[in-house]
Design a protein around this ligand. Structure first.
Ligand code: NI
Length: 138
């Protein structure tokens, strides 16, 4: 069968603050820079998710766009216009860095799509993105 890869992009806006409890404001600023701002701040995030699959002889597609959009939007809606570190329980325990956001989305999507998930990229700004995939790129 012919394996095809498809990447789909999603956007959400959210606020957060990065800080380690127990450290002073100066120490937090040293580690997290502007993201330690005590009043929080926002980002326009972009999420790219790559899927792989064999082309179905019936539909001619590798995956249902609607179903996939539904799965991703379900996760992303939890983030949209929220204060990530205060409103999503997982990020009360783990820092709301892009690295952790990418891993969080990966784990939720992986439960459903398993090996059909190739990678996830999360952009926090236009300069850099963080990528998560299993050890071996599929
Ligand atoms: Ni930030």
């Amino acid at each position: 069968m012919d394996k095809v890869y498809m990447t789909r992009a999603f956007n959400f806006s959210a606020g957060h603050r990065l800080f380690i409890e127990g450290l002073s404001e100066e120490e937090n600023k040293e580690i997290f820079d502007k993201c330690a701002n005590p009043r929080g701040h926002g980002h326009d995030y972009r999420v790219e998710i790559m899927f792989n699959g064999d082309i179905s002889p019936d539909t001619g597609m590798i995956i249902s766009r609607d179903e996939m959009d539904g799965s991703v939007n379900e996760i992303i809606n939890d983030f949209d216009y929220k204060r990530i570190d205060l409103e999503i329980p997982y990020f009360k325990k783990y820092q709301s860095t892009v690295e952790n956001i990418a891993l969080y989305i990966w784990e939720k999507m992986f439960k459903k799509y398993k090996n059909r998930l190739s990678y996830i990229k999360v952009w926090e700004n236009e300069r850099s993105y963080f990528e998560y995939h299993e050890e071996e790129l599929r």
